[in-house]
Unconditional design. Structure first.
Length: 289
């Protein structure tokens, strides 16, 4: 392989280099400027195959290496200096998600915890109680909070017990998923966001659809099982099971809060400890469906 370090810098007007661009069953010859790197290769793939590429997927670019007679992951710093063959590969293999959480890369999503749901949602009082803990923890740790309300004109505002002081965004919606243009814009303003902690109602509708959209955008999603519910326990439990199989992390409020402080010496540990001194209510999670 001819790497950038082994080659002199490309002179202006250095011409173009023929490259075979492969994607799925397709292979199209084209060319790129001499010295083109990863970004230009990606742009070329998009210009050739944009209508076939799902931009919500993760991909890896690979280079055909003659010495191995097979494709290898594109070497770091690679520049096109001679005729070559590259391919774009969607990552279909299951990649283990470790689920590490740090306050600086985490955002909390509080979904539709509204007054009109109070009599209908199973264990709603417990869910409200756990939601309060999570939002108090977010304020202590400086974690941004995004809140939505499903058709508040008809379903009411967020319940009074939930303190939204300091929330980055409180937004009405009619779409079930929380992933609205305003939410995407708010996330784009927060540098380095990697993890979303998601809770609220209903598990099998707004929570599920939000989680699937978020992981489709490459974010890691943690669903707080003891802070989300549905009108039906059957819908709730099957949704949690489905989401866990999709690679979404189904966890508990105490696990989330302690993972975010990570160390007894954390300056906010005592305050977080006070939040979880009494164990969170079971909210029906240990009952038979």
């Amino acid at each position: 392989l001819k790497m950038a370090a082994a080659e002199p810098a490309a002179a202006p007007g250095g011409g173009s280099v023929p490259v075979l661009f492969c994607f799925s069953v397709f292979a199209r010859p084209s060319s790129v400027p001499h010295g083109a790197g990863y970004e230009l290769l990606i742009q070329k793939f998009l210009s050739l195959y944009g209508d076939q590429i799902d931009m919500h997927r993760k991909f890896v670019v690979q280079l055909f290496a003659e010495e191995w007679s097979q494709y290898i992951d594109l070497p770091k710093g690679f520049l096109v200096n001679e005729r070559c063959k590259v391919r774009l590969v969607p990552l279909q293999i299951q990649i283990t998600t470790l689920g590490n959480l740090t306050p600086s890369s985490t955002v909390f999503f509080c979904c539709d915890m509204q007054e009109r749901f109070r009599p209908a949602i199973k264990y709603f009082g417990d869910i409200i109680s756990v939601g309060q803990r999570l939002l108090q923890g977010a304020r202590l740790l400086g974690i941004p909070v995004i809140v939505t309300e499903q058709y508040p004109k008809g379903l009411g505002s967020t319940v009074q017990e939930i303190d939204l002081t300091g929330a980055k965004l409180v937004l009405p919606k009619t779409k079930f998923s929380m992933v609205l243009p305003e939410v995407e814009a708010a996330l784009a303003e927060i540098p380095g966001v990697r993890s979303i902690v998601l809770f609220g109602v209903e598990t099998h509708v707004c929570i599920q659809q939000t989680a699937l959209e978020l992981i489709g955008r490459g974010l890691e999603v943690h669903i707080v099982a003891d802070a989300t519910s549905s009108r039906s326990m059957m819908d709730r439990m099957f949704a949690l099971e489905r989401l866990a199989r999709t690679g979404i992390l189904v966890t508990t409020s105490e696990a989330i809060l302690l993972q975010l402080v990570a160390d007894k010496e954390h300056p906010k540990f005592k305050e977080i400890q006070n939040l979880i001194k009494a164990s969170a209510p079971e909210s029906g999670l240990l009952s038979k469906v």
